[in-house]
Write a protein that binds this ligand. Structure first.
Ligand code: TYM
Length: 329
């Protein structure tokens, strides 16, 4: 039996960005070959903060189409939309009753995201980590390929699973996060102290996988660096270090090779080579994306077929949990 991997992405922008891609999605493509993979467009998570109907709808299709375009194979991996599998909401209620308020109070993402809300903070935002735990636990996941920002949520997932198992016997598999250290936290181009984010108000901060070559060039050329000249991997030079990390991840060259290559050269040359390297890897994704997004009927067929398959596994888990609790099933 193959081990199971699960991961998710929120449809909360025009497309995933290079942080999502290098931090998580690129691993998804590789891992699908050797694992039973579940990849989920988590629309229920997206509505934990206000969304516009049309934008959300477009973003669900766009995110799904981009996952196919980067190489997720809908016949090999189970790629589905979260709200299509009702068991996610059903088990969330149950596991809410096994989650402590103190645990949710400690979640740093909740603190950050709730501080950014100008009107209200929804109960859904608070409960976000339990829904995420359910995503993972429904499918007996062993491994979760994610960026660093999700690690705390995965630790909570293990705690909830462990608590339930201790009380009722082994139902849930304890999952482990899989992080690629070097790209686990790609930073904003305009404020390298913060991570790159889909919802950044500053459009120059984030390179989206749907950005056209000229937009990518403009964003990279205007990325914040410092007044020094040499192109070197120096953790203290936050902006440059981030850009070099992206360059390294995209080209596969070693730090030494990169430093040698740019020795005696300045920011302008480095940034323009970085922009071209990014354009090069993004180009084939965009070509495929254009084809996928033009055919929503096919996207919907993939979505439904995969949701149907996911629901069979999810339903078995929910029934098992209900039985353990003493519910009449
Ligand atoms: P989301 O949509 O914010 O991001 C999707 C994936 O991209 C990673 N990521 C990054 N990696 C490196 N640098 C960055 N700047 C960066 N920004 C984002 C994220 O860590 C993530 O792996 N809660 C999740 C979605 C989710 C999920 C799940 C993930 C819901 N259920 C179950 C794993 C398992 C989220 O908001 O990801």
């Amino acid at each position: 039996m193959k081990k199971v991997i699960f991961s998710g992405i929120q449809p909360s922008a025009q497309s995933p960005h290079i942080g999502n891609y290098l931090g998580a999605l690129r691993q998804w493509v590789e891992l699908q070959k050797n694992y039973q993979a579940y990849y989920c467009v988590v629309d229920l998570h997206a509505i934990t903060v206000p969304q516009e109907k049309k934008k959300l709808n477009d973003s669900i299709y766009a995110t799904y189409a981009m996952l196919l375009a980067i190489g997720i194979d809908p016949n090999m991996s189970n790629i589905f939309v979260q709200s299509h599998v009702r068991q996610h909401t059903e088990l969330t209620w149950i596991l809410n009753c096994f989650t402590h308020l103190g645990e949710l109070n400690r979640m740093t993402q909740f603190k950050e995201k709730s501080a950014k809300q100008t009107k209200i903070v929804s109960a859904g935002l608070y409960d976000y980590p339990v829904l995420m735990a359910v995503d993972i636990l429904l499918y007996h996941t062993n491994i979760i390929p994610v960026g660093e920002d999700q690690v705390q949520h995965i630790e909570l997932t293990r705690d909830i699973a462990d608590r339930f198992n201790n009380a009722y016997g082994e139902v849930f598999t304890l999952p482990t996060a899989r992080i690629v250290k070097e790209t686990a936290r790609i930073m904003s181009l305009s404020d390298p102290k913060n991570k790159m984010s889909k919802s950044d108000a500053n459009l120059n901060a984030t390179v989206f996988l749907t950005d056209k070559p000229d937009v990518i060039r403009k964003k990279i050329m205007s990325a914040v660096t410092d007044s020094k000249k040499s192109i070197e991997f120096d953790k203290k030079r936050l902006g440059l270090y981030n850009l070099l990390g992206i360059y390294k991840a995209v080209t596969g060259e070693s730090e030494k090779e990169i430093e040698n290559h740019f020795s005696g050269k300045g920011y302008k040359e480095f940034k323009s080579e970085l922009a071209e390297a990014l354009i090069e890897i993004i180009k084939p994704m965009q070509q495929k994306y254009t084809t996928y997004i033009a055919d929503k009927t096919t996207l919907e067929i993939y979505m439904r077929q995969n949701a149907h398959k996911a629901a069979i596994v999810a339903e078995q888990t929910v029934r098992r949990v209900k039985e353990k609790l003493g519910f009449i099933i």
